[in-house]
Design a protein around this ligand. Structure first.
Ligand SMILES: [Zn+2]
Ligand SMILES: [Zn+2]
Length: 138
């Protein structure tokens, strides 16, 4: 069982099934939302406490972005058609089980920084092809 919380502690979550590898999303919406790329890890069976302070912003036809109403911590991207959570890696109490393995929307990445290492790098077209036509980012 993995647990995590927002900065102020008003919202906690647990997830019983979290993948070991996470991605960095360089899409314009993630960068605007967080001010930087979003590090997100796919998770199943996610449960929240303090939901009165958990806001869900419908950022597109197919996705919601969750954050704490009190401190503004970004907690997840939720892909509605797949009922799939992508939890913000930095919100886990213990992030050590997770490793960055992939960049997505890499053709949207600004030129002034890059991540080192032998990562998978998917363009927008490759990302959309992987997640299928309904599952694009947003
Ligand atoms: Zn908070
Ligand atoms: Zn994104």
């Amino acid at each position: 069982m993995h647990t995590g919380r927002c900065l102020c502690g008003a919202v906690h979550f647990s997830a019983s099934d979290v993948e070991s590898q996470y991605h960095a999303c360089h899409c314009g919406m993630c960068r605007r939302w967080g001010g930087s790329p979003m590090f997100a890890v796919p998770a199943e069976s996610v449960a929240f406490s303090g939901t009165e302070n958990l806001a869900r912003y419908k950022s597109s036809q197919w996705a919601e972005r969750g954050f704490c109403r009190l401190c503004g911590s970004h907690l997840f991207y939720y892909l509605a058609p797949a009922e799939q959570y992508f939890m913000a890696v930095g919100t886990f109490d213990d992030p050590t089980p997770f490793a960055l393995s992939r960049e997505i929307f890499v053709d949207h990445k600004p030129a002034d920084y890059s991540f080192a290492g032998d990562l998978e790098r998917w363009t927008e077209a490759q990302t959309l092809a992987h997640f299928s036509s309904n599952d694009e980012d947003g």
